[in-house]
Design a protein around this ligand. Sequence first.
Ligand SMILES: N[C@@H](CCC[C@H](N)C(=O)O)C(=O)O
Length: 289
Amino acid sequence: MSTRIAFLKGHGTENDFVIVPDPENAIDLPPAAVAALCDRRAGIGGDGLLHVVRSVAHPEAKDMAAEAEWFMDYRNGDGSIAEMCGNGVRVFARYLQRAGYAGEGDLAIATRGGVKTVHIAKEGDITVGMGRALLPEGDVTVSVGERNWPARNVNMGNPHAVAFVEDLAHAGNLYDPPPFSPPAAYPAGVNVEFVVDRGPGHVALRVHERGAGETRSCGTGACAVAVAAARRDGADPAVTGTPATYTVDVPGGTLVITERPDGEIEMTGPAVIVAEGEIDAEWLEASVR
Ligand SMILES: N[C@@H](CCC[C@H](N)C(=O)O)C(=O)O
């Protein structure tokens, strides 16, 4: 009889994840296994995978264990590693709540992008402190077909290029990464957001996620977009002394982002667990051979 590995499936604004609880870090998840689990036809399907591990049991998180009991070992759907996932960290918190590992209130979660604090309510949306954005200098141009746009570099722990466009349809097919120049701008790849205005403090985006293709939402991307929009709109909170709040519509829902005068960014949005089940360990082993 084959061994079975527990999993759950969840999403935040339809950015969907396979969740693998593994407190003691005992499950081997090489990139091929992650890609097999995230495959939408031959696997469970997901934009990414949330490996739920106690910080003390993971070499990349041991140093954060005093601050945060749990480490979000986040993987993109193609098996690559990413520093941070804004929708994922809310879904991660929802899983911990459901499993009885966390109650209502504030909870610190370790990520490769540092420790994030999540506020868990009994039900409804979850708010996460996303930290500060970095705005690396450098001109970047993003292209789709004959169209080119200047893009703003925003780093939310992971890299983003934000381009304001007239029509989201101009972004075309975002399955493959849109070309950018200079080609060496993002040696480790980049997430690209295309943005239109919907009204004051209200924008909408489509996104190409590094390691996943076009997704229905990206939390770090929505934060990057809110920061780029605030700078464009002359609403930089560090300058005005007033928090800037943007409602960001994504194909899978809506996120609300606030940047405070001290630079700290908060994101609020849904986090839903939709199913739980068991992975056949023999199938998983065979998928990496
Ligand atoms: N969906 C995420 C971002 C996941 C990581 C990203 N694809 C990367 O490679 O940086 C989010 O909600 O932030």
